[in-house]
Design a protein around this ligand. Sequence first.
Ligand code: FAD
Length: 328
Amino acid sequence: MDIFDITIVGGGPTGLFASFYSGMREMKTKILEALPELGGQLTVLYPEKYIYDVAGYPKVLAKDLVAGLAEQADKFQPALHVNERALKLIRQEDGFMTIETDKGSHQTKAVLITAGVGAFSPNKLGVPNEDRYHGKGLTYFVKDKSAFRGKKVLIVGGGDSAVDWALGLKDLASKVTLIHRRDAFRAHERSVTELLSSDIDVKLFYELKEIRGEDQVQKAVAFDNRTNEEVSLNVDAILINVGFRADMGPISGWGLDLDGRRIKVNQRMETSIPGIYAAGDIASPAGLEKLNLIAIGFAQAAIAVNYAKKFLDPSSSVYPGHSSDKKF
Ligand SMILES: Cc1cc2nc3c(=O)[nH]c(=O)nc-3n(C[C@H](O)[C@H](O)[C@H](O)COP(=O)(O)OP(=O)(O)OC[C@H]3O[C@@H](n4cnc5c(N)ncnc54)[C@H](O)[C@@H]3O)c2cc1C
């Protein structure tokens, strides 16, 4: 099995920037990301929102920042394992570590945990046949907008994701219907105004009751939760956007000193286990208040990687020199 210098657990903004940085420091790098897509909270929770406090960008859409980070990380071609959740960490006698995932195992000399608020899993609605149609027209994520081209799409939910995707797909899909169980949205006011004045068929106080179809989604039955009146909708895609659960899960059992749901680190981003570092939202640096910001994660990623470099090669300098002096 290939042994990597550093394995980064979590492909959010912190992990992606860390991956670029460890590549720049000539470390053989692997990223493990539980979700099918990179970008962490930016991708899952607010892809279509602007971010105003990332240095160098007066304003940038979350999804565009993720695309830039992924492109920057790709410069050094890290081994990228998406859809793969880190479950167990085993410290070997030879000093190397093995991370076991739901897909296999990975050997590494150092680990950087950038798992944010934990691995996300989408909330399910709990309607009959939901699992049966998952991947057969029913989805919880938009991996590729073009998959909805010309389709009759039903979106379930009233938060930012549901509203943003309704607006994002309306020009691509042949029809978009959005059902929401209440009349109040948990989404940007401006987006809700746009939604309600668009040609999207918005059904308030409606909930999904049943999904029908041979091998693929063909119909959805929804009901008005005030009157129980049912409507049958011809649809070929259902996007369920009713929130996500974040779960630090297995990482809390890796034997690291914890501060609630975060991992204690010192100023060098070292955890209580040598060779294991943490950065970003999951890290709790001694003496620092909780500062869950992208900018903080970037800085912590650089600190962690530079100290990991020194850990792996004591003859190297912690200070990397200027990137502008390097020839990539
Ligand atoms: C609505 C909203 C708006 C925000 N706006 C701003 C803003 O304007 N400016 C700002 O600076 N910050 C903002 N933030 C905060 C910012 O998004 C976070 O600080 C940032 O995402 C933290 O990045 P991260 O990489 O540390 O963690 P995350 O973004 O949470 O990424 C962690 C990744 O690790 C993965 N992961 C977790 N566990 C495992 C595992 N066991 N195996 C494999 N992968 C795993 C997760 O799937 C996830 O992709 C906002 C947050 C929210 C919710």
